[in-house]
Every structure is written in structure tokens, then in C-alpha cells.
Design a protein around this ligand. Structure first.
Ligand SMILES: *[C@@H]1O[C@H](CO)[C@@H](O)[C@H](O)[C@H]1NC(C)=O
Ligand SMILES: *[C@@H]1O[C@H](CO)[C@@H](O)[C@H](O)[C@H]1NC(C)=O
Ligand SMILES: *[C@@H]1O[C@H](CO)[C@@H](O)[C@H](O)[C@H]1NC(C)=O
Length: 123
């Protein structure tokens, strides 16, 4: 599988409150946004995927270092986005399921194929 090809379509919903409640932003991952840092309009506190991560897929979440200015930087599809300054967490096939995950407040997410990971099939 190419590092730049999505295994299968994947939707991420990022919620403003814990336990996947509150307002939400939806990201449809496609090949064109694979491996790119993406933000929606919210500071998110939980997330849910519509399928488990599989093979070498890796989802990273990170947060801005400035909650006052990140908002002005809404198009995050370029290098070193201001919304993605501090790395928080990674999810892999072993722990990226369709469960709702509570997270530290995040403003940026990225899905990519990490060639360094073992080819684990999702549970
Ligand atoms: C997940 O969402 C994407 C985008 O809407 C969709 O194409 C895909 O079929 C969904 N997958 C599952 C397993 O529901
Ligand atoms: C995405 O954000 C991370 C920080 O979480 C950064 O290390 C990485 O360089 C960024 N990648 C791109 C393509 O902007
Ligand atoms: C998911 O599992 C990986 C590998 O064990 C681990 O490094 C990572 O911290 C876990 N992610 C979360 C959010 O617990």
C-alpha cells in the first residue's frame, strides 16, 4: 500500500465536549488530505472514527500553542500550521477503534500511513 493512499474511506468527528457531545466538526479523510494537518473551527475534547484504524495508519492529534490566534489560521493545510504546534496523542490500529475517545483539548489532527509501523490488522 502506498504511503499516500488511504486504505478505505474514513470519517473523523471531533467534538467540543467530552464523551462525544456538544458541537462537532467532521473530517472526511481522502487521499488528498492524507498526511496533512487539518483543523476545524473548534477546540475539540473527544473524537470518534467511523472505522477502526488498520495496517500502518496513524492518527495524530495536536494543539495550538496560542488559543487566541489559532483561529485566524483556519486553513491548516500547509506546513507547520499554527494550530498544530504541540503534539498530544497518537492512535494506531491497536487502539484506534470506533469507540469515543476523550482527549486533551486539540485543534489539529492528521491521518497518515507510517511505514515504520508493523502491518497490524484492526480488531
Ligand atoms: C466512513 O465514512 C466515509 C466518509 O463518509 C465513508 O465513505 C465510509 O463508507 C464510512 N465507513 C464506514 C465503515 O462506515
Ligand atoms: C503537522 O503537525 C505536527 C505537529 O503536531 C508537525 O510535527 C508536522 O510537521 C506537521 N506536518 C505538516 C505536514 O504540517
Ligand atoms: C496507542 O497505542 C500506542 C502503542 O502502544 C501508544 O504508543 C499510544 O500512546 C496509544 N495511544 C493512546 C491515545 O493511548
Amino acid at each position: 500500500m502506498s504511503s499516500f493512499t488511504l486504505f478505505a474511506p474514513l470519517q473523523l468527528i471531533a467534538w467540543t465536549q467530552l464523551n462525544c457531545t456538544g458541537d462537532f466538526g467532521v473530517t472526511q479523510f481522502t487521499d488528498s488530505v492524507l498526511a496533512r494537518n487539518i483543523s476545524n473551527a473548534y477546540i475539540s475534547r473527544s473524537l470518534q472514527l467511523n472505522r477502526s484504524l488498520t495496517q500502518q495508519e496513524q492518527l495524530d492529534i495536536s494543539v495550538t500553542s496560542n488559543f487566541n490566534s489559532w483561529y485566524s489560521n483556519k486553513d491548516q493545510l500547509y506546513y507547520n500550521s499554527a494550530s498544530c504546534s504541540n503534539f498530544w496523542q497518537t492512535y494506531y490500529a491497536v487502539n484506534g477503534t470506533t469507540a469515543c475517545y476523550n482527549t486533551p483539548p486539540f485543534t489539529c489532527h492528521r491521518l497518515w500511513n507510517n511505514p515504520g509501523l508493523p502491518m497490524i490488522l484492526s480488531k
